[in-house]
Design a protein around this ligand. Sequence first.
Ligand SMILES: [Zn+2]
Length: 252
Amino acid sequence: MIFFFGTRASNIGNFNIPNSKCDYCKQESTQRISVFGKYAHIFWIPIFPIGKKAVAECTHCKRTIAQNEFSPELKSLYKNYKGKTKRPFWHWLGLIIFGLLIAFITLIGITSEKDPRSDLLSADEKLMISNPTMESDSISYKIKKVFDIFTTEEIKPSEFKYLTKISGDKALILVQIPKLRKVEKKARAEALEMVEMVTDNQQILKGKDLYIGIKGLFSMMLIKTPTYEKNSKFALTSELYEFYGPKPESKK
Ligand SMILES: [Zn+2]
């Protein structure tokens, strides 16, 4: 039986005990105490130490005495030596790695400034609405028409939200499909095709760089920009930031 976590021990010190007599062979000064450092492990990676145990052995007759069978004399001798044993650092390996990880994450949090464009995108995502009109947002209105026709009731097209924003020679097209996660990855790509069915034929979008983001309930799952295209739960939302221009220089 193999356990993936539990305790193991490694030898961390050996002491020859002078003036001790072996109970078995009656030889003098033949006792040797070996100290083992116990540690918790997960998948054989030491995590942290959990106490020590000792065993005495007669170097002459090879009889061993477990720690719980030590004579009072041997016990007190062991006490004196126990403090001299030093654990190797790797008994703390798991805790050390964990500590470094925390420090690393903290450091990243301190050094990496938030891209201010993420706030701009979040603000625009909040502006998405489920019922764009021809007057307020004609492109979103037309995209909604397409989705209403081609989407099955199952993924609730009435809950979709839309926003189109044109700025200079760029256009941002956002669609939110709350149940997008439920759609198979292959079929998800069709959502992008439906958006492009509309955007490809709009005079107002001719020659503009399009930044299309299709969002699930929480995050972007389909993104297409002039330089990036991804159909994945892990699509990089930051690829849409380019719509707002280059990343502003950090001010000090
Ligand atoms: Zn002996």
